[in-house]
Design a protein around this ligand. Structure first.
Ligand code: GUN
Length: 292
């Protein structure tokens, strides 16, 4: 039996419909939600993601500022931009697109963003709140998008075995924390590149979240029949049959659809949810300024 589609695009459309009302309510109070996005260098995939964020802002009536810096830019210049945006009263959200060039210290940059404007949820204060089980703050967008999509599909997590493959600061670790948090209540295993018998570990999962960045890594034989599989991977793989020479592949082999009960597609699964959660964090940051 083919898996049902965990349709991130449909879920994101519902999130956006709610946000349109919240943006209008803010504008009625003369507050225009405003997101600043900084990108350094010319990685084509990162530029696609950033353009997509800017376009979504426009669709929702959120103001955006797009700062694009050359790959050779000094780290001190990037820091100065962040300080300026921290001090700008009309800016509610700041996002620095990852990855940064090697000569820049990504953690030091994250530390510098004012926590109340950290719409990525990567600042130690926001991640620390998540570790404490306080899930009402700025949450990292991809993991919170995964949880929102699971809730949207009425997938029961309580007491279930969840396996997250990947331990990154951006996705794997916060996804594990959210799955284990009160309200979600899954029993979580974090697997990674050093995990022994990874296939067997994955096969125990009722909920399997793949976030490793390796195309088609999770095979049908790794998945328990009826499991829910969330594919966070967005990998470019060479494909001479396509005009552009590449195609997108997730971390999950498409054959998994024959084993799982639910599977998120790539594209159209986690990607649209990440952007929707970024928009929600931005609107929330603007609302909190008003409430302060
Ligand atoms: N690069 C890949 N995903 C993300 C994300 O969620 N936020 C930022 N800032 N950079 C990313």
């Amino acid at each position: 039996m083919a898996a049902q589609r965990l349709d991130g695009r449909a879920c994101a459309t519902e999130v956006e419909a709610d946000l349109l009302g919240r943006v209008s309510a803010l504008k009625a109070q003369n507050i225009e939600p405003h997101l600043a996005v900084i990108i350094v260098g010319d990685d084509p995939a990162s530029h696609v993601y950033v353009n997509s964020k800017i376009k979504t802002c426009a669709r929702l009536g959120i103001r955006s500022t797009h700062i694009s810096l050359p790959v050779s830019e000094k780290e001190s210049t990037l820091k100065q931009h962040i300080q300026d945006l921290n001090n700008a009263e009309d800016v509610h959200g700041i996002l620095v697109q990852s990855p940064l060039p090697n000569h820049m210290d990504e953690e030091a940059i994250t530390d510098l963003i004012a926590p109340e404007k950290d719409v990525d949820g990567f600042h130690p204060q926001n991640l620390g709140r998540l570790v404490q089980g306080r899930t009402n703050g700025m949450l990292p967008c991809t993991p919170s998008g995964v949880l929102r999509m699971l809730r949207w599909a009425n997938i029961d997590l309580e007491g279930k075995r969840a396996v997250v493959v990947g331990r990154s600061r951006i996705v794997g670790m916060p996804a594990a924390l959210l799955l284990a948090a009160r309200g979600a209540d899954a029993t979580v295993t974090v697997a990674h590149s050093r995990t022994q018998e990874l296939e067997a570990v994955c096969k125990e999962a009722d909920i399997l979240v793949a976030a490793v960045g390796r195309p088609d890594m999770v095979k049908p034989s790794w998945v328990k029949p009826g499991a829910v599989v969330v594919d966070v991977g967005i990998n470019r793989v060479d494909d001479a049959t396509r005009e552009r020479g590449w195609r997108l592949a997730g971390d999950v082999d498409p054959g998994v659809a024959e084993v799982a009960s639910w599977l998120s597609p790539v594209p159209g699964g986690v990607g649209p949810m990440t952007i929707a959660m970024l928009m929600e964090n931005t609107v929330r940051a603007a609302e909190l300024v008003h409430d302060r």
